[in-house]
Design a protein around this ligand. Structure first.
Ligand code: ADP
Ligand code: MG
Length: 688
């Protein structure tokens, strides 16, 4: 920017990024001109506003810089093209906010996220809003939430350091994915159309030997990764870690954490370019949460913290009691926020794909809980006993020296990482582990930052109140409020095995939600409590919330509908036809045996006859269940109300998937491998 912008334009961008200041139109012209020169120097011919509509992916519409002028042409890009565009975007999901006939949504430049050149296109990160100002994308509410958490956290951080003037949320995501040979993947219509396998008998070898996890990375995978990393470096995405994951052909990629909205952009971008780069290596990337049954699915841990402009990680313990009290303040407030709003945190990661993971003993359960480790549990237990009101000098000294002061050394020993916890404290950050691999991180990040902002705002009010009305010292007031928060948020804390049946029972007693399916989980999004939270924090208004709810339900319905159709197609046109072919071979064999061996044939052909009958039995079951599934689908499609329709797809249509699959997978074990048209798990998962 320094090289291509005037000093004035450069400063103006920095002020926009750091202080949220507006950029004047005149300056925007200067920025556009500099941006164009920069992009042209990298070989760009086109530009696009790049945004994240509610489809979950990214969207772009390229325009060339080319502009005819009398007698010739020139390359043009000015402030108005930079700042705002009106894509004819009537086909993006909008949940009824923007009627199609008034198809006017527009994209607006987000100067906080750097523009980038991909291929020959200058991409300008933007937000996407309707002409009424309602958000139609993932980015807008996230930016609002980040602004709220900045404001609330800065005020609280000032209790400890007056120099704090800005707090940014940080996010480090860990992206899991599968890499499958492209040609093999293309032979599977289910992978092509739904991103996952709807059929397939488990391979003799799966992940039971644990030989893939952290094993040596296969050659093709490593050459893909190198290519991808090179591209990431060119785009400014600070990728750092790569390794094999638990399941065969499953891998993980993680960057160094960044400011949350930039990290979200980078994750969306990377999910897009991974697919493109994989094709160059004749590979297909699967980002679905559960591409294969019976082996692990993929998630995307969201590591989250808060950092100040003075370089302090607010969730990292420090070297003095004062710094540790600051740590405890943000730590306890985060726990309290999750305690009070666990249901919307759960809803923020709900999707048809993620339903296969949550609560299936490989990912965290559908119950949200917080893990903090034994040592910090002891600290909080102690703080629960702090005296109400004023503290004696002895108590203060005891707290400072023996409790708060000892935290950093305690955490160093805090090695017991509980992999079954959906929201775990890992030394200097919280890690939300229940996010699906295909989820746009904006959703959980919007919720997490909003609830923490709301909580910190309340905290500030309560502490100030105690200082004023009860004449308490600042740290006394803080201890007093924290004590109450620790007591009030006990139910969300859980250190045990999140996979156990006992935890489900215990969680129910504690009143925690346990929503195993998307339609059930999404209901929390439109509760009175949620609406008033988002409205109070200025993150989403009621119209936006309801529109998003509709979009989520529709997306769920469509996904299950498509899966149902593909499953019917596969089982009727692939599985049954293979099975019938093989059955005919068997019949020919039996009649042949009868011809040759006359009376002895019964003994010789008995196994074949059993197999013929058994194949018929499975074919019958498949046909019957597909018929019933289609019937349920028709009934579901006739339902107007979206919630009822989603319920119907979830509880009436989807249960047939497992039944149909069972019979298809049985046939796979019986039918001649030469006649089986579908590529098998062992080929998909072990071709490298
Ligand atoms: P794991 O053991 O779960 O793989 P790592 O220590 O490798 O965890 O870190 C995982 C991610 O956490 C990385 O992307 C890293 O950049 C990120 N991370 C580390 N510190 C922070 C922080 N303060 N805020 C947000 N993310 C962080
Ligand atoms: Mg992790």
């Amino acid at each position: 920017m320094r090289q291509f912008l005037t000093k004035e334009a450069y400063d103006s961008i920095l002020r926009a990024v750091l202080e949220g200041k507006k950029i004047e139109r005149g300056i925007a012209n200067q920025v556009a001109s500099g941006m164009k020169d920069w992009a042209l120097s990298l070989g760009a011919t086109h530009y696009t506003h790049w945004f994240q509509p509610l489809t979950g992916g990214t969207a772009e519409k390229h325009d060339s810089f080319f502009e005819p002028i009398s007698g010739g042409a020139m390359e043009k890009f000015d402030g108005s093209q930079l700042v705002q565009q009106e894509p004819d975007a009537s086909s993006f999901p909008n949940g009824g906010i923007r009627n199609t006939f008034e198809a006017r949504g527009y994209t607006a430049w987000d100067p906080t996220s750097p523009a980038f050149v991909y291929g020959t296109t200058l991409c300008i990160p933007t937000i996407f809003i309707s002409y009424t100002g309602d958000s139609l994308d993932y980015k807008t509410p996230l930016l609002r939430a980040l602004q709220m958490v900045d404001r609330a956290a800065t005020e609280v951080a000032q209790y400890f350091d007056r120099n704090t003037s800005k707090v940014t949320a940080t996010l480090g995501w860990e992206q899991e994915y599968f890499l499958i040979d492209k040609a093999l993947s293309d032979t599977r219509p289910d992978i092509g159309l739904t991103g996952r396998t709807l059929l397939g008998h488990i391979a003799a070898k799966g992940q039971q030997l644990d030989d893939h996890y952290f094993g040596s990375i296969p050659n093709r995978a490593i050459s893909f990764m190198k290519d991808l990393e090179k591209e990431c470096m060119l785009l400014g995405i600070p990728v750092k870690t790569r390794h094999n994951e638990v399941a065969p052909n499953q891998f993980e990629l993680a960057p160094i954490f960044e400011e949350a909205s930039l990290a979200v952009d980078h994750n969306s971008l990377i999910m897009d370019i991974m697919g493109k780069i994989a094709l160059k290596h004749d590979l297909r990337v699967l980002l679905h949460e559960k591409p294969f049954a019976n082996i692990n699915g993929s998630g995307k841990h969201n590591n989250w913290s808060l950092a100040t402009n003075t370089g302090v990680n607010l969730l990292a313990p420090g070297s003095t009691p004062k710094k540790n009290l600051r740590f405890l303040t943000f730590f306890v407030n985060t726990i309290k926020a999750v305690n009070d709003y666990e249901e919307i945190l759960r809803a923020s990661i709900a999707s048809a794909g993620n339903d296969h993971r949550l609560g299936v003993n490989e990912a965290p359960p559908a119950i949200i809980s917080v893990f903090i480790g034994e040592q910090l549990t002891r600290v909080l237990d102690h703080l629960e006993g702090v005296t109400t009101g004023k503290l004696s000098p002895e108590e203060k000294t005891e707290l400072k020296l023996n409790i708060v002061g000892k935290i950093p050394t305690l955490i160093l020993d805090n090695t017991d990482r509980n992999r079954t916890s959906p929201f775990a404290f890992t030394g200097n950050k919280f890690e939300l582990r229940a996010v699906g691999s295909n989820t746009n991180c904006s959703s959980p990040m919007t919720v997490l930052n909003t609830i923490v902002a709301k909580q910190l705002k309340e905290f500030k009010k309560e502490v100030d109140g105690l200082i004023k009305k009860k004449d308490l010292k600042k740290d006394e007031a803080i201890f007093n409020v924290l004590r109450e928060y620790i007591k009030a948020s006990k139910k969300i804390r859980f250190e045990g095995d999140g996979y156990s049946k006992k935890w489900e029972e215990e969680a129910e007693k504690r009143g925690l939600s346990n929503k195993k399916t998307t339609p059930e989980a999404l209901k929390a999004n439109i509760s009175k409590k949620t609406i008033s939270l988002f409205e109070e924090m200025g993150v989403l208004n009621e119209t936006e919330i309801k529109a998003r709810h509709e979009v989520s339900l529709e997306s769920y319905i469509m996904k299950i509908q498509i899966e149902g159709r593909v499953l019917a197609d596969l089982s009727l046109n692939h599985v049954i036809s293979s099975a019938v072919s093989y059955q005919n071979t068997l019949i020919k064999n039996v009649t042949g045996l009868k011809e040759i061996f006359a009376s002895r044939y019964k003994e010789l052909a008995s196994d074949q006859v059993v197999l013929i009958e058994s194949i018929s039995g499975h074919i019958k079951e498949i046909n019957k269940n597909v018929r019933e599934m289609v019937g349920e689908r028709k009934k579901a499609n006739a339902i107007e109300n979206l919630e009822a329709k989603a319920d119907s797809y979830c509880f009436k249509v989807k249960p047939y998937f497992d039944i149909i699959r069972y019979h298809c997978d049985k046939l796979e074990t019986m039918v001649d491998d030469n006649l089986w048209g579908l590529t098998k798990y062992r080929e998909l998962l072990f071709t490298r």
